[in-house]
Design a protein around this ligand. Sequence first.
Ligand SMILES: *Cc1c(COP(=O)(O)O)cnc(C)c1O
Length: 441
Amino acid sequence: MYTEKNITDFIKKEPILENIIALKPVIWQNSKRKSMADMPDFSIKKEDMVAAEALWERFAPFFMKAFPETKITQGILESPLKELSHMKRLLNEEAPKIEGRLFLKCDNKLPIAGSIKARGGFYEVLHHAENLAFKAGMLKDSDYKAFATPEFKQFFNQYKIGVGSTGNLGLSIGIIGAALGFQVTVYVSADAKPWKKDLLKEKGVKVIEFSGDFSEAILAGRQQTDADPMAYFVDDENSNDLFLGYSVGALRIAKQLKEQNIPVDDQHPLFVYSPCGVGGSPGGTAFGLKQIYGDHVHCFFVEPTHSPAVLTGLVTGENSQISVQDLGIDNKTEADGLAVGRPSSFATSISSHIISGLYTIEDQTLYNLLTKLMDTEDEFLEPSATAGLIGPQMVLKTDYAKMNNLNMANATHVVWATGGDLVPEKERLEFYERGLSDILI
Ligand SMILES: *Cc1c(COP(=O)(O)O)cnc(C)c1O
C-alpha cells in the first residue's frame, strides 16, 4: 500500500530511517513525547489499572487451588526486583559508564508462564472467564476457588479461545485457558519454537501452524475464531485487556521500589527499558508507570534490528498502518516474542505520547548479554528478555539526560526481563554457547 515515493518521502523527513532500513542498531528519541501536563485523555485510565489489579486479587484463591506453587505468595503472581551489581560492573568495563543503580525486573520468573505474558495474557482470559461466569449466574457466592472445580471447567468447555502467537502469548493463553476448561486453539507463525508447540499440545491445546509470519497467524486466527459464536479471540494487534493486564506490573514494581527505599522524584529519575514486540507489554507497563510517576519516569523500548515494528510506526507517524516489510525489512529474528512486523494499534496510539525513545539491538548482542548475565548474576533469560541490558549505555550515547536536566548520579535503571523460565535445558545451553563469542555493544 506504500509506493516507493512514499518511502523516499518518509526517509527525507526522518533520515534515521536510512539506518533502520540498513539494519543498523539505532537509538531514537521521541520528539512527540508529552509531559504529564499536556497528556491527552486516553480511553483507559488509572482507575482501570486499579480495577485490573482487583481482578487479580479476586482470582488469588483460584490460583492457590489450581496452581499450588502460588500458595507461598497467597495466589498473587509476581516476580522479584533484583539489583545487578556484578553485571553493572562488567558493562562498565565497556565505556560509557552507567551512573546510578541497575536493577532487573525478573518477569522471567513469573509463576506458571515464565514470561511477562502471565500478566497480559492471563488477565485477558481471566476477565473473559469472569464475564461468562457472571452472565451465567455462577458467581453468586463469589468464591473464586470455584473456577478450579469440575463444574466450572465443564461450563467453560463449551467455549473456545483463539490466539495468534509466535510462542509466549500462545503458551500463556493455552496454559491458563486449559486450566479453566476452555478449548484453546493457538495459531502459530512459522518461527515458533518446537518445544513451545509441544508444551501446548501436552496441555491439550490445539496448535495450528502457518508458513507465514506473526501477522498472518493473527489474521487467520482472528477470521476463524470470529466465525464461531462460542469463540473469543485474544487479539495481540489490538487489545485493551492485554494492555491493562500488563499495566498492573507498574503498580507492583512501584510497591517493590518503595519497599526497597528507592525514591523516584524530581532528583531521582527512573529509567525503564523494555523489549518490544507488538508494543503491548512495554506500552502497558509504561502507561502504568506514567500514571504513578508522571514525568519522573523515562520509558525506552527495544526492538531487534530486523523487526523494528513499533519504531517504524512511530518514526513515520503511520503507527500500525505500516509494517517493517513495507520498508523492505525481513522481520527475521531469533528473539521470540519480538519477531513482529506490525505494531498493536491500541498500544501504539498510547505509547506514541509517553515513551522517551526506542533503540534497536542485534540478535548476536542478545546472546552475548544472555551469557554475560549468566556468568555474573547466575540469572537465565531468554534472548529477547536481555534487550534492555544495554539500555542505560544506549541512552548515554544521546543528549537525553542533558536535555531533560536529569540528575543521573541518582538514577535508577530497571531492565525489564520479559521471559525465560520455561526454556528447556537443551536450548539454554545452546543460547549460552551462542553468546560466548564476545563484544558487547
Ligand atoms: C511478548 C514478549 C515481549 C513483547 O511484548 P509485546 O506485547 O509483544 O510488545 C517481550 N519479551 C518476551 C519474552 C515476550 O514474550
